[in-house]
Ligand binder design. Structure first.
Ligand code: FDA
Length: 319
């Protein structure tokens, strides 16, 4: 109930105006967001890299309503790629297609995505397309397949284990060797299309982990470059220790090295576990969001864990 309410508030303009007015909201949100400027995000990434963690950078924004805004989001992503290269950071970018025009005009979104993917390729970098709510899944996957049809292989996509359709989508992507980031799913979806019970979402996460690992067995383990850069490998994006253990054990049983898969976590969540995995020899990548449009991202983080909401409320009354 609470999760559904917070997710629907994440889309409400009036709630956004109300919440972002409070200084205390930014105080709590900044636990999950690297800052409002590119410079702040780059500082965070430098520190993560120094601690052995890779990053994927997200310029916050979604559901842009006009071409100009989509253009600005595209330019911002190109600037991030430039800055990563200039500073020689171990980082790639994450992009929400609705930020670069998917909900305005698909042809415009395709053009913007091609600019980003092509620029990333020229810099030897990689683009991860986030998965958004179910109304955008078909269009997102179509654009990913379109990129591969055009010969762009430096792009991957997130797949959500709460959707019934995800095993079919995953198998098709694995066949084409499209790198996948597996997540549980952060939006509110109806039971006709998504598992309503957490245990089923978790069980499907493990099943999809099996599909991804089998894909590595068949395609071979990609090599890490001499300077330690991680090639696109299956990414398991979760803070759930049971899911992580399952993946580790399955990979071991299949005889895969630790570098055959990557764990990904969100900035500000389970730093202890991030470090533990690095110490154990696994590639770990942190999702680093930054920018001024942090409200919906922040609300989804509150929805995932009620304790975050109580932290927010208690800070509000302590002002
Ligand atoms: P689960 O919700 O079961 O949490 C397991 C444990 O993790 C909790 O017990 C708690 O300790 C900790 N935890 C989880 N969320 C927390 C929070 N907000 N604050 C504090 N602790 C928390 N979703 C999507 O739909 N599309 C996408 O593209 C992405 N991309 C993405 C990238 C990366 C790198 C990550 C890690 C996650 C995503 N997600 C996503 C979000 C994902 O779908 C999911 O909502 C969150 O990861 C939370 O689920 P867990 O897998 O952590 O499990």
């Amino acid at each position: 109930m609470l999760r559904a309410l917070l997710i629907s508030l994440s889309k409400a303009e009036w709630a956004k105006r109300l919440v972002t007015r409070w200084k205390v909201a930014w105080k709590v949100a900044s636990r999950f967001i690297a800052g409002e400027t590119l410079e702040e995000a780059m500082q965070v990434i430098q520190n993560l890299n120094a601690a052995g963690l890779n990053a994927t950078v997200d310029y916050l924004g979604e559901h842009t309503t006009d071409a100009e805004e989509a253009h600005r989001a595209t330019e911002a992503t190109l600037a991030i790629l430039e800055d990563i290269a200039r500073r020689n950071l171990h980082a790639n970018v994450s992009v929400k297609l609705s930020a670069i025009g998917l909900t305005v005009d698909r042809a415009l979104c395709r053009q913007n995505l091609e600019r980003i993917v092509s620029h990333a390729r020229s810099l030897g970098n990689f683009v991860r397309v986030d998965m958004e709510d179910s109304s955008l899944v078909d269009a997102t996957l179509d654009l990913i397949h379109w990129c591969y049809d055009q010969g762009y292989t430096n792009v991957g996509v997130a797949i959500q284990s709460y959707l019934y359709r995800s095993e079919r989508d995953t198998r098709r992507l694995v066949e084409r060797r499209v790198p996948i980031r597996l997540v549980k799913g952060a939006y509110k979806e109806p039971p006709e299309i998504a598992y309503p019970r957490k245990q089923d979402v978790d069980a499907n996460f493990d099943r999809l982990t099996d599909v991804l690992l089998q894909g590595v067995v068949e395609a071979g383990v990609p090599q890490i470059s001499a300077d330690g850069r991680i090639p696109p490998i299956p990414a398991l994006a979760t803070h759930d220790e049971a899911r992580i253990r399952y993946a580790q054990q399955r990979a071991e049983r299949l005889g895969l090295p630790k570098t055959a898969l990557e764990f990904q976590m969100l900035y500000g969540i389970r730093r202890d576990l991030q470090q533990e995995l690095v110490r154990a020899g696994y590639p770990v990548r942190i999702y680093v969001p930054f920018g001024t449009h942090w409200y919906p991202y922040f609300m989804r983080r509150l929805a995932e864990r009620p304790a975050n909401l109580w932290f927010f409320v208690s800070n509000f009354f302590r002002r």
